[in-house]
Write a protein that binds this ligand. Structure first.
Ligand code: NDP
Ligand code: HSE
Length: 434
């Protein structure tokens, strides 16, 4: 059988899974690729480091030139994280005639334009299924399978680490810091998990999806975002009493020619598919004008789910399919985007509000008054009886609103936080009923 020599740069969580699939499932990959994907070289930073997988003799190296200078290696899985040296290595690999497969969404979200331009100029391709939602084939689905549609709505849970953390907090009352450490140990989190939990990783993935689905050229840092790093167990409990679970939700919704994008911890009604996504699972709901609502669910982080997507991309590239779709894919093309962004203040939602108030007469009326002045209608109020009879101690007051604009909600909370009987730092989260 014909042999295609391939290489892997980076043998951490994902790279080890890719090497494992290539070595242990060679027959399977050969059957699908119509040729053997021969793992010729794996390049890492530190060859002395203990590895969970033993490679055939002579494969492991810390010398990138062994790949760059080998004209027989045509296909490289680039699996190091972060921006540099990942960007420089990717450019060097392209310049030396390699097609690339990558899982690095941070790199694509930041330098996708430059890398895709260079790949097109050089007649090379970049495949990146693993960069968004791990093992879920969402890039292929949106880029190819749903291409007959105008996509109008995309809602998703796009970070496995965050979803693992909120699930553990909700189901087991787990401690936040300990759960972050567990997500790192399980291989879900990035080397530095900050971007997993502060919403940045999700914004990067949403920018890629919005680009693919709507042609929107938006930089991930321009997407309003909030993570789960300040989520309190108190809100998880109140949400549960109200019949909701809190999830880190990414939204891209097109109305006319304007696109609403945001990432935020959101109350999702129990029983809705997104509310039932647990642990390191991700999910994406995509609504197209012809297909209607579709729902994709699967592991969004972790070694083998991610390796599954990387190796499928390697097979597609070895066969020549990637090169065809890469030429026609609108992603980071030079074509002008016809889609403008909706100002975040103009977007609307129902809201969950939690105030910490003094148990004084008239406090509820003051808060309701300010909400009313800002055209925010109250849907329900929850305040448990206090064991003390009034006074200066703080009690929680939960208000669910009807749909209101983001701007009105921001203004109302800023005003309420100024009241003497309300502790500053009131909580506001979006509610997803649709
Ligand atoms: P790891 O931190 O586990 O592994 C990174 C690898 O890159 C290590 O093997 C490291 O070498 C190697 N490396 C770093 N710098 C260099 C360099 N200069 N030259 C050669 N090798 C280098 O990361 P992951 O495997 O978790 O993630 C890889 C990519 O995949 C990231 O972009 C991540 O965002 C993405 N991703 C990760 C998922 C996951 O579940 N973990 C899921 C989806 C995407 P050494 O081992 O010697 O230190
Ligand atoms: N750290 C990422 C996550 C990996 O937890 O979702 C997948 O991109």
């Amino acid at each position: 059988m014909e042999k295609t020599k391939v290489a892997v740069v980076g043998m951490g969580v994902v790279g080890s899974g890719v090497a494992r699939l290539l070595l242990d499932q060679g027959d399977r990959t050969a059957r699908h690729a119509g040729r053997t994907l021969w793992l010729e070289r794996v390049v890492v930073r530190d060859v002395e480091r203990a590895r969970e997988l033993e490679l055939p003799a002579g494969v492991l190296s810390d010398d990138l030139s062994l790949i760059i200078d080998d004209p027989e290696i045509k296909l490289v899985a680039q699996l190091i994280g972060g921006l540099e040296p990942a960007r420089t290595i990717m450019l060097q690999l392209l310049e030396s005639g390699k097609d690339i497969v990558t899982a690095n969404k941070a790199l694509l979200a930041e330098h996708g334009g430059e890398l895709f331009d260079r790949a097109r100029e050089l007649g090379r391709s970049i495949a990146f299924e693993a960069a968004v939602a791990g093992g879920i084939p969402i890039i292929t689905s949106i880029g190819q399978c749903l291409s007959a549609n105008q996509i109008n709505l995309l809602q998703g849970i796009l970070n496995g680490t965050s979803n693992f953390i909120v699930t553990e907090m909700e189901e087991h009352g787990a401690d936040y810091a300990a759960t972050v450490a567990q997500a790192q140990k399980l291989g879900y989190a990035e080397a530095d998990p900050t971007m997993d939990v502060d919403g940045s990783d999700v914004a990067q993935k949403l920018a890629i999806l919005a680009h693919l689905a709507f042609g929107a050229r938006v930089h991930w840092q321009d997407i309003p975002r909030q993570g789960i790093d300040r989520l309190s167990p108190t809100d998880i409990q109140y949400a549960s009493q109200l019949g909701y679970r809190i999830k880190l939700i990414a939204v891209a919704e097109r109305t006319d020619q304007r696109l609403e994008l945001h990432v935020s911890p959101t109350l999702v009604r129990m029983g809705r598919p997104l509310a039932e996504v647990r642990g390191a699972y991700n999910a994406v709901s995509v609504v197209g004008d012809a297909v209607g609502r579709t729902f994709f669910h699967g592991l969004g982080a972790g070694q083998m789910p991610t390796a599954s997507a990387v190796v499928a991309d390697m097979i597609d590239t070895a066969v020549g399919r990637t090169q065809i779709t890469f030429r026609t894919l609108e992603l980071w093309s030079r074509r002008e985007s016809g889609v403008g962004l909706l100002q975040h203040r103009e977007s609307s939602s129902r809201f969950y509000l939690r105030f910490s108030v003094n148990d004084h007469p008239g406090v509820l009326a003051q808060i309701a008054g300010i909400l009313g002045e800002n055209a925010i209608s109250i849907a329900s109020v929850m305040q448990h009886e206090s064991s003390e009879n009034g006074g200066d101690h703080q009690i929680p007051l939960i208000i669910m609103t009807h749909s209101a604009s983001e701007g009105a909600a921001q203004d109302a909370l800023a005003e309420i936080d100024q009241l003497d009987s309300v502790q500053a730092g009131s909580i506001r989260m979006r509610v997803l009923d649709r």
